[in-house]
Design a protein around this ligand. Structure first.
Ligand SMILES: [Zn+2]
Length: 87
């Protein structure tokens, strides 16, 4: 189930791209699940929570970057506030 835009040798352990989208809803993805012989699934936080127990039980590879994304968002908000107060 390789995505058409991924090269066949795409490393499933690459960091999640900020352009990656949740397969369920299209929101920014922050969790990547590697399913053996199937490919990669991308989830946003809410959708990962829905499927988390099944994914963990199945033993799929999970790369969870929710905290990294949260930190990015916090940084962006802090920057926006700083720019606002400077204006
Ligand atoms: Zn989603």
């Amino acid at each position: 189930m390789r995505r058409p835009w991924e090269p066949p040798d795409a490393d499933p352990h690459d960091a999640i791209d900020r352009c990656d989208r949740c397969d369920a809803c299209g929101a920014t993805a922050c969790v990547r699940v590697t399913v053996a012989h199937e490919g990669i699934l991308l989830f946003c936080d809410p959708h990962y929570r829905v499927h988390e127990s099944a994914i963990v039980t199945a033993g799929y590879g999970v790369r969870d970057e929710r905290r990294t994304l949260d930190e990015d968002i916090a940084l962006a908000l802090a920057l926006a506030r700083a720019l606002d107060s400077a204006a």
